[in-house]
Design a protein around this ligand. Structure first.
Ligand SMILES: [Zn+2]
Ligand SMILES: [Zn+2]
Length: 508
């Protein structure tokens, strides 16, 4: 992240912007600082402004990544104020009387506004006044948020606030592609075309998903469309995602809309740390994709071969990928991400296991694609919102659904004496004292829970316990010295893996 100081003044550019904004507004509508990186413009419209345009200047500092305006005014007496904006070089959008808030960034913008870099200097909010009656006076205010590059931005979410409130398990697909990268589908006349992104959202809705991430290869071009579609798909949370696609492996990033370095191994991103620096600065989460895929000429850049300098920075691993499932028919086949994930867990890394369909055709024609939502990632979260789902993924009370009956889930608690821990939490193990494992499996009448343990320098150990029509299965475990993790998976009566739980971490 680069932030230039204003020479000779020593002021942070955003403080400078605030002062300049204030100076520009003296004698005009007025401006006050409304918080970090936020200014408030205020004014009053009277009949003198009827059928005119009032341009309100404010300053945008260098290295601003996103600008978000929230506008309010007194609508009494049929006063109407339209809204638009101009940057130092020209027109950047007009929403008339249709929107009270809009956002612009290099990657995306609210419909009616033009995405692109935000040039520093004097910008102007355009207030059009189609109507204000004689004798009327209408006060207005505009909050202008100016998010600097390389910092978390509340405006990057396509949906602010919660789509659904209340704690629960939320189901989603964290890996999909549309025609903005290499997704394709049949057109109305049956030609193969780059598939429009709404088709993927429609497939997610049909599959009953709560959230979805479009993860185009390196490109950010899908974001303006997703922002517009999110307003219509307001029962489905659309997460900003991207598949950082390198010659040394693929990794999904969630929660970031600004450009990210992807040329791993080049001066732009010499190591994975350079990518992680950018992702973490903006509050995003990185997940290593399909690490068990082959590399080299068999599948260029598919398998994960990049060194991982610090595994504590890896948020998640895609342990099941729809493409791999389709090719091998199993989450445990030769393309499985499970061994890679377990090797990270064995090193003591806390990395959440997740899944994604990697769907490239929402029609999944001829079985050539894994359908959207298969496999799914199911996250326990306090509500259905972008921050809650990302935090839920980090916390690790998460399971992967490979095709279990509807309504089936798995959760795990481990107790040592009176102390208990759940999935994603850690538990101190006292000198080989027995552990009580409880897997809750509502929605499943038969089959098998499999308790899986590892981290003691040996291959993972699997201990099966039958589901006998009860919602919980228990087992007692005498932990081997050095054991680092335990999780609960679920198998069908014929032995197929249906659900993969995340670990409870053991502290020796
Ligand atoms: Zn990939
Ligand atoms: Zn992909």
């Amino acid at each position: 992240m680069i932030r230039r100081q204003i020479e000779g003044r020593g002021l942070h550019p955003h403080a400078w912007a605030f002062l300049l904004g204030l100076l520009c507004l003296l004698g005009s509508p007025g401006g006050v600082r409304a918080g970090p990186n936020e200014i408030e413009l205020r004014g009053v419209i009277t009949h003198e402004n009827h059928e005119t345009y009032v341009e309100v200047p404010f300053a945008v500092p260098e290295d601003t990544e996103r600008l978000t305006v929230t506008f309010e005014y007194d609508r009494a007496n049929r006063t109407v104020i339209d809204l638009g904006i101009r940057d130092p070089n020209g027109f950047r959008g007009w929403s008339g009387g249709n929107r009270s808030t809009f956002t612009l960034a290099s990657s995306d913008a609210t419909s009616a506004y033009i995405p692109g870099t935000l040039p520093p200097g004097e910008w102007r909010l355009i207030l059009g006044v189609p109507n204000i009656r004689k004798g009327a006076a209408a006060s207005w205010s505009a909050r202008v948020r100016l998010d600097p590059k390389g910092a978390p931005s509340t405006g990057s979410a396509f949906h602010t606030g919660a789509i659904r409130t209340g704690p629960g398990w939320y189901r989603g697909d964290l890996h999909t592609h549309s025609g903005h990268s290499d997704g394709s589908c049949d057109s109305l006349s049956g030609r193969r075309v780059p598939c429009p992104v709404f088709r993927t959202l429609e497939a997610a809705r049909s599959a009953g998903l709560d959230f979805i991430a479009l993860t185009e290869h390196n490109s950010t071009s899908v974001y303006p469309e997703l922002r517009a579609l999110q307003a219509y798909y307001d029962t489905l949370l659309v997460l900003p995602g991207r598949e950082i696609t390198t010659f040394q492996g693929h990794a999904n990033v969630f929660g970031v809309t600004s450009p990210l370095p992807f040329q791993l191994g080049s001066p732009r991103a010499p190591t994975l740390d350079a990518v992680l620096d950018a992702v973490e600065a903006e509050g995003g989460l990185l997940s290593i994709n399909h690490p068990g895929m082959p590399s080299g000429e068999a599948c260029m850049g598919c398998g994960w071969v990049a060194p991982i300098p610090d595994c504590s920075r890896i948020g998640a691993v895609e342990i099941a990928n729809g493409g791999g499932l389709r090719l091998t028919g199993s989450a445990e086949g030769p393309l499985s991400g499970l061994p890679f994930w377990e090797s990270l867990l064995d090193q003591g890394c806390r990395v959440t296991g997740i899944a994604g369909s990697d769907n490239h055709d929402p029609d999944a024609k001829g079985g050539g694609q894994s359908p959207v939502g298969r496999p799914a990632t199911v996250v326990y979260a306090p509500e259905l919102s972008q921050p809650a789902i990302l935090e839920g993924l980090r916390r690790g009370r998460v399971f992967v659904d490979l095709g279990a009956p509807a309504g089936a889930s798995v959760d795990l608690t481990v107790a040592s004496g009176k102390v208990r821990a759940g999935m994603g939490e850690s538990l101190r193990v006292r000198g080989g004292a027995p552990l009580r494992l409880t897997a809750t499996v509502p929605g499943l009448r038969d089959g098998m829970v499999e308790f899986v343990t590892g981290g003691n320098g040996k291959p993972p150990t699997r201990t099966p316990a039958p589901i006998r029509g009860l919602p919980a299965v228990t087992a007692e475990l005498r932990p081997a010295p050095g054991l680092k993790w335990v999780r609960a998976d679920v198998r069908s009566p014929d032995g197929r893996l249906l659900l993969i739980g995340n670990p409870v971490y053991l502290q020796n």
